[in-house]
Design a binder for this molecule. Structure first.
Ligand SMILES: Cc1cc2nc3c(=O)[nH]c(=O)nc-3n(C[C@H](O)[C@H](O)[C@H](O)COP(=O)(O)OP(=O)(O)OC[C@H]3O[C@@H](n4cnc5c(N)ncnc54)[C@H](O)[C@@H]3O)c2cc1C
Length: 473
C-alpha cells in the first residue's frame, strides 16, 4: 500500500537528495564530509596467512552484508574468501542506530524486513553467541492525524498480508499502556503505533560477533586487502584482483557499502546511489528513564541497548552535494515531500573531491580503496547536542545520563531507497548486495537472496524490486 516515503522518517535509513526544496537547510560550513575513521569498538582480526589462490566465491567488503552473505554461502558448503580494504565492520556496520523493524515499511521492503526480523530472533541460538539481539518493542507517536490514519490503514493491510507462520505484532496503543511505555514524558502523548516484536542490535557488538561466527564456520576474511577489480576470460569472471594478489574464482559478491558504486564504475556498470550521512550518539544509563525504543515527533529518538546505555539520534540526514548529485539528484526529488524530516544539504570540499576522484584505474595500480582504508563522516556535533538537550527536556530522567560517544556513518542510497540485491547482467557470476539504509535489519535475508541469485536458485523472496536495472525504465 502507499504509505508514502515516510518509511525513513523514524527509521534507521535515510534519504539522499541533491538540494533545493524548502525543508532543506543549506550547509556551507557544517560537518558532513568524509574523514578517515577507526572502528568504533575494538575489532575482530582478519584471517592469517597468505591469500588463498582460489575460492568458490569471493566477497568484496566485510561489513554486515558481506559477512552475512559469506556466512550464508559457507553454510551451503562453499569455500568463501572475503576481502576487506580496511577493518572488519569498520565503516557503516559499527555505526548504526540498531533498530530491527518493519514499522511503516512500504510494500517493496516489508516482507524483507518481516522475514529478517524473524531470522534475527533466532540468531543467538543459531550461532551460539550473543549478537546483542533483543526483542525490544518500539513506540512511535504519529506526527499528525494523517500519519496516524496512514498507520492504521497500514496495520490493517499488513495484518491480512502476513501468514500465521510469522505473526504480525504491530498495533495502536493508548491510555495506560502508552503512559507506561513513555513514563516520565513531559508531553501528554495520546496515541502511538507499537511494534511489539521489533528488535535491537548494538553497534558495538553485532557485526563483530557475526564476523567471529563467519570465521568459526570457515570463512576466510582478509583485511587491508582491497579488491581492485575483476579479470574475465571468454566473458566469464576468472579472478578477483586484490592489492595482495589475485584469487581465482568464477563467482563474486560486491558488498562494498558506500564504495560499491566506485568499484562497479571501474567495471563500467552504473550503480545509481548518492551519499547520505547520519549522526548519532550513545549516552549512559538513566535509572528512571523508559526502556525500549521510542520515536517521538520533533526528532526525539532513543533506544535502550543490551548493556543499559542508550542510543539517541536527531535523525537528521546530511546529504553532501557531489558530482553524482548533478546526474541523479532529480530522481531523489520525490523524497523531499517527506514532512517533518530535516535534510541538511552540505556544500563542502567533498564536492571538489568527488570531481577529482578517479573512476577508472588499472588492476596493477593502487586503487582508491587502498587510499581510503576506513572512512566515515564527520558527526554533526551541534545537531547532536541540540537533540540531546531536547531529549532531556522531554524526559527529565535523562538528566543524569553522560555522553559516551558521538559519531556519524556514511551510507549510499538508491533513489527509491530500496536495497540493490541483484545479478549484474554484464558479468555473469557477479551479484551485488548494497545500497541500503536498513542493512542491519535486512542482512539475514538479503544475504540469502544474494546467495540464491549467485547459485542460480529461486530466491526466498521475489528480488524484482531490488534489481540494479529497475532504474532504467
Ligand atoms: C547512523 C546510521 C544509523 C543506522 N541505523 C540503522 C538501523 O537502525 N537499522 C538498520 O537496519 N540499519 C541501520 N543503518 C544501516 C546499516 O548500518 C547499513 O545498511 C549496513 O551497515 C550496511 O552494511 P554494508 O556491509 O553494506 O556496508 P559497510 O558496513 O560500510 O561495509 C562495506 C565494507 O566494504 C569495504 N569495501 C568497500 N570497497 C572495497 C573494496 N574495493 N575492497 C575491499 N573492501 C571494500 C569497506 O571498507 C566496508 O568495510 C544505519 C546506518 C547508519 C550510518
Amino acid at each position: 500500500m502507499g504509505l508514502t516515503r515516510r518509511k525513513f522518517l523514524i527509521g534507521g535509513g535515510v534519504v539522499a537528495v541533491a538540494g533545493g526544496a524548502g525543508i532543506l537547510t543549506p550547509m556551507l560550513t557544517r560537518e558532513g564530509r568524509l574523514i578517515p575513521g577507526k572502528p568504533r569498538f575494538g575489532f575482530v582480526q582478519g584471517s592469517e596467512g597468505p591469500l588463498p589462490q582460489q575460492a568458490d566465491v569471493v566477497v568484496v567488503g566485510a561489513g554486515i552484508l558481506g559477512l552475512m552473505t559469506a556466512i550464508n554461502l559457507a553454510e551451503r558448503g562453499l569455500s568463501v574468501v572475503a576481502v576487506e580494504k580496511g577493518e572488519i565492520a569498520g565503516e557503516q556496520s559499527c555505526r548504526f542506530y540498531g533498530q530491527v523493524m518493519t514499522y511503516k515499511m512500504p510494500d517493496a521492503t516489508f516482507q524483507l524486513h518481516h522475514l529478517a526480523k524473524h531470522r534475527w530472533r533466532e540468531m543467538n541460538a543459531k550461532v551460539g553467541l550473543d549478537t546483542s539481539y533483543r526483542t525490544q518493542g518500539r513506540v512511535e507517536v504519529p506526527y499528525d492525524e494523517e500519519d496516524l490514519e496512514n498507520v492504521r490503514k497500514w496495520i490493517d493491510v499488513k495484518t491480512k498480508e502476513v501468514g500465521a507462520d510469522i505473526p504480525f505484532k504491530t498495533r495502536i496503543i493508548q491510555g495506560s499502556e502508552l503512559e507506561q511505555r513513555l513514563h516520565g514524558a513531559v508531553s501528554p502523548w495520546k496515541v502511538a503505533g507499537f511494534e511489539e516484536d521489533s528488535g535491537s542490535l548494538d553497534a558495538e557488538v553485532a557485526s563483530y560477533v557475526m564476523a567471529e561466527y563467519a570465521k568459526k564456520i570457515g570463512v576466510k576474511i582478509y583485511t587491508h586487502c582491497a579488491a581492485r577489480g575483476l579479470e574475465t576470460q571468454a566473458g566469464a569472471i576468472s579472478d578477483v584482483v586484490t592489492e595482495k594478489g589475485a584469487i581465482k574464482t568464477s563467482r563474486v559478491v560486491v558488498a562494498g557499502g558506500a564504495w560499491s558504486r566506485l568499484f562497479m564504475q571501474n567495471l563500467g556498470v552504473d550503480v545509481p546511489t548518492l551519499p547520505a550521512y547520519q549522526s548519532q550518539q550513545i549516552i549512559s544509563a538513566a535509572s528512571r528513564a523508559p526502556g525500549g525504543n521510542v520515536a517521538l515527533p520533533g526528532n526525539i529518538y532513543f533506544r535502550q541497548q543490551a548493556d543499559g546505555t542508550y542510543a539517541t539520534s536527531p535523525r537528521v540526514v546530511v546529504a553532501p552535494v557531489v558530482k553524482e548529485s548533478f546526474m541523479y539528484g532529480y530522481k531523489y526529488l520525490p523524497l523531499l515531500a517527506i514532512p517533518d524530516f530535516p535534510v541538511h544539504v552540505a556544500l563542502n570540499k567533498q564536492l571538489i573531491d568527488s570531481f577529482l576522484q578517479p573512476t577508472h584505474w588499472k588492476l596493477d595500480e593502487v586503487s582508491p580503496f587502498e587510499k581510503n582504508r576506513l572512512m566515515t563522516a564527520a558527526p554533526d556535533i551541534p545537531e547532536l547536542d541540540a537533540s540531546l538537550a531536547k531529549l532531556k527536556v522531554e524526559f527529565p530522567a535523562f538528566a543524569e545520563s553522560k555522553l559516551i560517544d558521538q559519531w556519524s556513518g556514511a551510507m549510499a542510497i538508491a533513489p527509491d531507497e530500496n536495497p540493490i540485491i541483484s545479478r549484474v547482467n554484464e558479468y555473469p557470476g557477479l551479484v551485488i548486495n548494497t545500497a541500503t539504509g536498513w542493512g542491519m535489519t535486512e542482512s539475514p535475508v538479503s544475504s540469502e537472496i544474494t546467495a540464491d541469485l549467485l547459485l542460480g536458485k529461486d530466491p526466498v523472496l521475489d528480488p524484482k524490486a531490488f534489481s540494479l536495472y529497475r532504474f532504467n525504465s
